[in-house]
Design a protein around this ligand. Structure first.
Ligand code: SAH
Ligand code: SF4
Length: 348
């Protein structure tokens, strides 16, 4: 078991799938059902130490300690926005910081989680991209953002939705994201419905196909522009996978019955916010089971990009809806604490 080991050769048990924990437990000569007990302790009870596994013999607990370790994220800072949004900054064991964002909205409480430290995709409008890719998160680090946020929210609150829209490109870390999704979905672990989980990508087509084949979770694709010239100007990924390839992939993905792909569209004033753009959105997405989510650009001092006026966003939405495609506007939340889309990882 070479993956995720520390300097003592012990394995990060929270990054192992249930099948891999079974192998570990059976390797120690224990009954197979012990693996499920361990798995529940580490994901449902979030025990800090193997010694807390009270239905397991002391000898076995000590053997586990020799072979494996249990780690959690360290809460570095929690900031609360005037609109109720909370930004959680987590310190990883190697000192790096990542962020998750809790966003309350009517009946929902959405947790936006990170999949990488930084991001290699280099989208021109996004501050996370400025960091470059520092490293992938492990399966444990991805799923712990959820398990630990559950324990930090106010009494009476419950996380209803999880979106992979924090720092990083999830499909560039798909092996670890798939293991983390198992933890989120498994009734013996965090037990979320696939209907409540959304993975967002800048457009890595092979990853999209692999993810759709492997998991029923919701898919979101950051479209952001309607011609190859315009999209390549803000998203370098478009040079590797152009609109035709991306949209043909989306059209032919095996989606679960009733599901649609969400196309996110960051609206930048004077760049991609005209009714001609809206017309092209309709033309591009008509063949696809699609819905559109408009994200008015979150301005920041490091970029010379502007958010369009509200009536421009409204007119764009109306045009898309009248063209027969469901279209919502994402209200921007937590901007006063730099917790909004594209603001994560901002220094300071
Ligand atoms: N890497 C993935 C998921 C994280 S980014 C992806 O790109 O899809 C999540 C969303 O935030 C993307 O749709 C991205 O286009 C959007 N975004 C990035 N910077 C933004 C900004 N400054 N204002 C508004 N949306 C932004
Ligand atoms: Fe990475 Fe997404 Fe930001 Fe692009 S928008 S740089 S893919 S996090």
């Amino acid at each position: 078991m070479p993956r995720f080991t520390d300097e003592l050769g012990r394995v990060d048990i929270r990054s192992l799938s249930l099948a891999e924990i079974r192998e570990l437990v059976q390797g120690l000569g224990k009954e197979k059902f012990r693996a499920l007990q361990v798995y529940k302790w580490i994901w449902q009870r979030l025990i800090p130490s193997f010694q807390d596994m009270t239905n397991i013999s002391k000898a076995f607990r000590s053997e586990m300690e020799d072979r494996a370790f249990l780690r959690q994220l360290e809460l570095h800072r929690m900031e609360r926005s005037s609109d109720g949004t909370r930004k959680l900054a987590w310190r990883l064991h190697d000192g790096l910081l990542i962020e998750s964002v809790l966003i309350p909205d009517d009946e929902r409480l959405t947790l936006c989680i990170s999949s990488q430290v930084g991001c290699a995709m280099g989208c021109a409008f996004c501050l996370t991209g400025d960091l470059g890719l520092i490293r992938n998160l492990t399966p444990a680090e991805i799923a712990l953002q959820v398990a630990q946020a559950e324990r930090l929210i106010d009494p009476g609150e419950r996380i209803s939705n999880i979106v992979f829209m924090g720092m990083g490109e999830p499909l560039a870390n798909l092996d670890h994201v798939l293991v983390a999704l198992d933890f989120l979905l498994d009734e013996n672990a965090l037990n979320y419905s696939h209907r409540k989980i959304t993975v967002s990508t800048a457009g890595l087509v092979k990853g999209l196909r692999r993810l759709a084949d492997a998991s029923p979770v919701n898919l979101a694709v950051s479209l952001n522009a309607t011609t190859d010239v315009q999209r390549a100007a803000i998203m370098p990924v478009n040079k590797a996978h152009d609109l035709r390839e991306l949209l043909e992939t989306c059209r032919t993905l095996p989606l679960p019955a009733g599901k649609r792909i969400t196309f996110e569209y960051v609206m930048i004033g004077g760049f991609n916010d005209s009714l001609d753009d809206a017309r092209r959105v309709l033309k591009l997405l008509r063949p696809i089971k699609a819905k559109v989510n408009l994200i008015p650009y979150n301005e920041n001092p490091d970029r010379d990009l502007r958010r369009p006026a509200e009536d421009v966003v409204q007119a764009f939405q109306n045009f898309v809806v009248q063209g027969g495609i469901q279209c919502s506007i994402r209200s921007s939340r937590g901007t006063d604490i730099s917790a909004a889309c594209g603001q994560l990882g901002k220094k300071g």
